[in-house]
Design a protein around this ligand. Structure first.
Ligand code: MG
Length: 388
């Protein structure tokens, strides 16, 4: 069998580098055909040499110019802008595209990849939260699989394989509870950014680590699950599971539950997407059952995690409400990291923005991006009123 050619959009981030580690572990099964990043071209030099990549793209044209001028990429085609990312995603030989660009920059390239019938391993939450309607429609029209990289959704995807829809009663997303799971509620107003960035189990970027502490991340994941598995928000549960070993569960019609377990290492879900539907040894630690292993689960406390309830309300409202939630949360997290907002102010700003900006059914991607922009400006206008 020929190695399966893959393209990575967002190659320099944590998902991108773990994808390269998985590719390194399976040289006879996977070949890296294209790499794309926003601007950090220097970090592409090593992977391009190691994997003999012939085409790269940089979203930032200035970075593409710098990469060309550097002479560090002999014989490599260097593309730029959104069109460049799209070209890498749609290279004729590419079989699977890992879509891991932060924000909305990956939206057009990912939709193009789906239309070109590529398998898409989706890591960017924003694409489903903002444009779930359009992304799932494109995948369905092309008859190509949308494979979730997010560990919870990947777990559910694994659990649903081979099952009839009628067997599925509910989905259960697990949540670590984040950095302030055990902090007394009264102390949350005084927690620092450094404390919020200390995630107990996963090693992730700063935005998602803070989103874990507020559970805005789990709220976004409820919205993702709603699109990926075509179930309403009301049939998607969330449970706090501090060990991050159970990645999610499915409640079956008869009342029994099935779970997927593995150590908290993104190599597992990434490899599952890249080799789908094959299962082979993963280059990550195994779960050690020779020592006692405790697995706890408890319901999330709404007073501790108001962002989860806000995200659920946005999911239930539908239309552009999830885009408004997402944009407001991004502005709020930025303000918190900059020291302009106390930790509980994140949820407060999200709530106020959701009240201030009306949601509607988007007819196009432009409608979604307009809602995103409106929510960002509303949140930026409202933030000073909540300053610490
Ligand atoms: Mg997740």
């Amino acid at each position: 069998m020929e190695p399966r050619p893959i393209a990575i959009l967002g190659a320099t981030g944590s998902i991108g580098t773990t994808t390269l580690a998985v590719a390194r572990a399976h040289p006879t099964l996977l070949r890296v055909a294209g790499l794309a990043a926003r601007s950090r071209w220097e970090e592409l030099v090593g992977p391009v040499q190691e994997f003999r990549v012939r085409t790269i793209a940089l979203a930032d044209p200035a970075a593409a110019a710098a990469a060309r001028a550097s002479g560090a990429f002999p014989g490599v085609r260097i593309l730029e802008g959104t069109d460049g990312l799209t070209e890498v995603a749609c290279l004729p030989e590419v079989h699977t595209v890992v879509s891991a660009v932060v924000g909305t920059a990956g939206l057009a390239p990912t939709l193009a990849a789906l239309r070109a019938r590529k398998h898409v391993a989706l890591a960017s939450k924003e694409l489903l939260v903002l444009a779930g309607k359009f992304v799932t429609a494109a995948a369905q029209a092309a008859g190509t699989p949308l494979l979730p990289v997010d560990s919870e959704h990947n777990a559910i995807h694994q659990l649903l394989r081979g099952k009839e829809r009628a067997e599925i009663a509910r989905l259960v997303l697990t949540a670590s509870g984040g950095a302030f799971r055990d902090t007394p509620l009264a102390e949350l107003a005084n927690v620092t950014v450094a404390q919020a960035l200390r995630h107990p189990n996963w090693n992730m970027g700063p935005k998602v680590t803070i989103d874990s502490a507020t559970m805005a991340n789990k709220g976004l994941e409820v919205i993702e699950a709603r699109w990926l598995f075509d179930l309403p928000e009301s049939r998607i549960d969330v449970v706090v599971h501090p060990q991050s070993i159970i990645h999610s569960l499915v409640t079956l019609t008869d009342g029994s539950l099935q779970a997927q377990l593995s150590p908290p290492d993104m190599a597992y879900p990434i490899q599952d997407c890249l080799l789908f539907p094959r299962r082979l040894p993963c280059p990550a630690p195994r779960l050690d059952l020779s020592a006692p292993l405790g697995l706890a689960m408890s319901p999330p406390d709404p007073a501790r995690y108001p962002c989860l309830g806000l995200a659920r309300a946005a999911a239930a409202a539908g239309g552009t409400a999830p885009a408004i939630f997402n944009a407001a949360n991004e502005v709020a997290v930025e303000a918190f990291v900059a020291g302009r907002l106390a930790f509980p102010g994140i949820a407060e700003l999200v709530a106020r923005t959701l009240s201030a900006v009306a949601a509607r059914e988007p007819g196009s991607l432009e409608d979604v991006l307009a809602a995103d922009a409106d929510a960002r400006s509303a949140a930026s206008r409202l933030a000073p009123g909540l300053a610490r």
